[in-house]
Design a protein around this ligand. Structure first.
Ligand code: BG6
Length: 462
């Protein structure tokens, strides 16, 4: 078959994962506790089917076979994260040699199989002791994180050339400090804003540290979940709502990461409501001088918003939702197995925005994927026939391809995820992998989409 959508030479084909979601061995190999291990012990009933983070696909023991599978389906790149609590139990102090050995083996195996490792330093999994010191609200924790980052660069930077400081830093803010779906289950916008701010300071400090080591060839970036904010209409009130939503959920991280400063509109809005975070002397130049080399874009669905129907109670707690209401656009296409909108063109809009307003920063799709509940119902002759996922990937790749044709600087595409994995409060509710995993036997089986992506990677298009 002729290739209609061809990608630039050397395009990265791969997938993304995170430590807590795939490693297992939660209490093995000298690993310390993170907030997920802890929260699950406290409140198992808050997790889907009461399944916690020790029940995973066990990549910790099965990594070698998994990497062979990645090779088999044409991966050229693979993103995983280091568990801070595994590398440095407690978050500070000595490095755990068993963890060093594990991550070394993973990296070496990937390189042997000609798959480039992309390492992310933080995917929602704060070591418990660091959380007890105040988590991202604390500047001391920021310093411990920078020390951890430096250790990781020194240990693995001779072989790893793509680093990321954070995955979706807004999620711990929303989950942990605004909407109660991550530990520590605080609902307080002031604290949320401080957490967001300190996270960006931590990211800039880690970037600065990276550049001050001897590792010169590598690139360092951040991974952000960008959700284009579409207004219900062109009415000024709807446009204003979409702009506020964009400031809170995209630009609060995108601007400091890429442009080195927070957007003026956001500062003005927070100032007006008395919610500016605490800052320190030198922060401004730190952010300014340490922007990213590379941007990972996670894209699942857009946000559609409209002007608020009822004015918020000015005496009630300040929330981003004061400025917009969600809008359920009639006729929008849905992933009915997860309840998220599917809007393929969003990927193109993000890329064009990066080109026009963010200096066409080198970027890649670091997560895109389709979660499906009860996926076993699609088994035929022992294999999950996930044609819906193939359509989903194709739809997004077509728009990504168009963006590249128009000069956008997209370097690759990673699916979330390589295999079905444990996901925070949702545990195994929504399945995302190219491979299914039997949670009892740990057996992996390729879904139809695994064969599809193999062909795409081989032809560098479809
Ligand atoms: C992404 C996260 O935003 O969503 C992943 O980076 C997560 O860690 C994924 O697993 C899917 O989430 P859910 O809630 O559908 O399982």
């Amino acid at each position: 078959m002729a290739v209609k959508y061809k990608f630039p030479e050397g395009f990265w084909w791969g997938s993304a994962t995170s430590a807590t979601q795939i490693e297992g061995a939660a209490h093995e190999g000298g690993k310390g506790m993170n907030i997920w291990d802890y929260w699950y012990k406290q409140e198992p009933n808050r997790f889907f089917d009461e399944v916690g983070p020790e029940t995973t696909s066990d990549f910790y023991h099965l990594y070698k076979d998994d990497i062979a599978r990645m090779k088999e389906i044409g991966h050229t790149t693979f993103r995983f994260s280091i568990s801070w609590a595994r590398l440095i139990p407690g978050g500070s102090g000595d490095v755990n040699e068993e963890a060093v050995s594990f991550y070394n083996r993973v990296i070496d195996e990937l390189i042997d199989q000609e798959i480039e490792p992309f390492i992310n330093l933080f995917h929602f999994d704060m070591p418990l002791e660091m959380q007890e010191m105040g988590g991202w609200e604390s500047r001391e924790v920021v310093e411990y994180y920078v020390t951890y980052a430096k250790q990781a660069f020194n240990l693995f930077g001779d072989r790893v050339k793509k680093w990321f400081t954070f995955n979706e830093p807004i999620v711990p803010v929303e989950g942990g400090y605004l909407y109660d779906f991550h530990y520590p289950n605080v609902v307080d916008a002031s604290r949320a804003i401080q957490v967001a701010y300190n996270t960006m300071i931590a990211s800039a400090k880690a970037i600065k540290t990276f550049r001050s080591t001897d590792i010169h060839e590598g690139q360092i970036g951040i991974i952000l979940n960008l959700t284009p904010s579409y207004p219900r209409s062109e009415h000024p009130a709807d446009l204003k709502a979409a702009n506020a939503c964009d400031l809170f959920f995209n630009r609060s991280f995108l601007d400091p990461a890429v442009l080195g400063k927070f957007p003026q509109g956001l500062i003005a809005l927070l100032e007006e409501h008395g919610h500016l975070p605490e800052t320190k002397e030198g922060d401004e130049s730190l952010l300014n001088e340490n922007t990213v080399d590379l941007l990972g874009v996670n894209y699942y669905q857009p946000r559609r918003v409209k002007a608020k129907e009822h004015l918020p109670n000015p005496y009630g707690p300040f929330m981003p939702d004061w400025f917009f209401d969600p809008y359920e656009m009639p006729g929008r296409k849905m992933n009915k197995y997860r309840g998220w909108e599917i809007y393929e063109k969003g990927i193109y809009d993000i890329m064009v925005n990066l080109k026009e307003n963010y200096g066409n920063i080198p970027s890649f799709i670091s997560e895109n994927g389709m979660g499906v509940q009860d996926e076993e119902r699609f088994i035929e002759d022992g294999r999950i026939e996930d044609d819906y996922r193939i359509d989903f990937i194709k739809g997004h790749l077509r728009w990504l391809n168009k963006a590249i044709q128009e000069g956008c600087n997209a370097k690759g595409y990673h699916l979330w995820s390589f295999m079905d994995n444990w996901s925070w409060m949702n545990a195994y509710k929504n399945r995302y992998g190219f491979f299914s995993v039997d949670l009892e036997t740990k057996e992996r089986k390729p879904k139809k989409s695994a064969y599809f992506i193999k062909e795409v990677a081989e032809k560098n298009g479809f």
